[in-house]
Design a protein around this ligand. Sequence first.
Ligand code: SF4
Ligand code: SF4
Length: 475
Amino acid sequence: MDADNKQVFRDSIATIDQEGKRSWIYPKKPKGRFYRYRTWVSVVLLIFLLSAPFIKVDGNQLFLINVIERKFHVFGFPFWPQDFYLLVISMLIGVVFITLFTVIYGRVFCGWICPQTIFLEMVFRKIDYWIEGDRGSQKRLAKQDWNAEKIRKRLVKHILYLLISFVISNVFLAYVIGSDSLLRIVQEPISKNFGGFVSIWIFTGVFYFVFSWFREQVCIIACPYGRLQGVLLDQKSIVVAYDYLRGEGEKGRAKFRKNEDRAEKGKGACIDCDQCVEVCPTGIDIRNGTQLECVNCTACMDACDFMMEKTKQPKGLIRYASEENIAQNKPSKFTLRMKAYTAILSVLVIVLFGLLTVRSAVQANFFRVPGELYQVKENHNISNIYTYKLVNKTNKEADSLYFKLLSHPGGVIQWVGTSHIHLASQAIFEGTVFIEIPTKDLEDSKETIEIGVFSKEGTQITNTKTNFLSPNNNW
Ligand code: SF4
Ligand code: SF4
């Protein structure tokens, strides 16, 4: 191959041919130790992904992203619009986390955890291998004319695709509208939930399109995280990398010859078997270096290790390593930078969980009634009027709640209207109170007061602060 041809991969992506048409990828079925590990990780993640919206913690769905009704649950913690700051902090932490994680560990997420990769490589691609056979058989079937065998295989395959897309669509909706709403749509007649029924089929169509046709192009063209790799990765990032120093040697890669001393002849370790290319689900040749299309799925690592073993050469010609490791011929190490970034990532996760766990289940707010200053009572007490709002973020009801003035024990709280607070699950209770404080307990014309909210058993549920106005401090 001349120098110009070697650079062809830079001008196009593997899934689109010279004429701009879709170039279908038929990756060889991967096998090896990394594929085994990935299979186990995928099984665990698939169970989690499919069951998470149906698991409840304290009556709250484990994960819920209901944008329409503005309800969000993360690990069973419900987020209310009042918790918006927490959501913003979580998102900021998420962005920093993703950036630092990618700078150190490259696209490990894409290869091992991303639901797109897991569903495509571990579910839909397995159906392809099961029904149509490995790469060679799939290519032959695609080329051959339509006959009974081709119709039967394609029909069975696409029915399975559709069924699985239908399941994914239902689970997806359980994340978005809540599993209870989904089960209601499923159980009730279609006429009662026509909108929900249509949504299920629209999303089924979207998933079917993604997994039956669009496939690896999601990672190459559509995924914003994939597109960000170009700016996030550097020479020190750990990626799936080809050891070109060892692979090319002095005289370049060359086909394997039995009983030949390759080192003596200056030949590289790469036997140019193309197994790493044939197994690649994005159709690239990792020997050309890190490329945008590479989702770090490790399939080429397994394929190359197999060939190295067969030719009695050390494994790891394609391995997890940084560009710097390969260029300097040094083994990968857990460097100071990786330790520092990992420490920051751990702190961010701890901060996030800390914020979530210290957040109170009931939120109280007291607001001074606008336009009202204060009243001086006959007994020289000063009175301010407040409206209050209690938000119950849990699924538990709370009855007979009461308030206590924590900052000024001599003060009293007088109810306006009802004095019986019944806080239903995930509900808001609003009311009005007068707060009266003896003048002798006041030091300033504007003081901060603290009010506690107590359960009927006398346990303090939460507290809040507000301002209290009085004439002046010279009584
Ligand atoms: S180059 Fe290797 S790791 Fe990257 S996508 Fe292809 S097979 Fe997976
Ligand atoms: S699998 Fe390994 S030996 Fe075969 S072409 Fe790829 S890098 Fe070379």
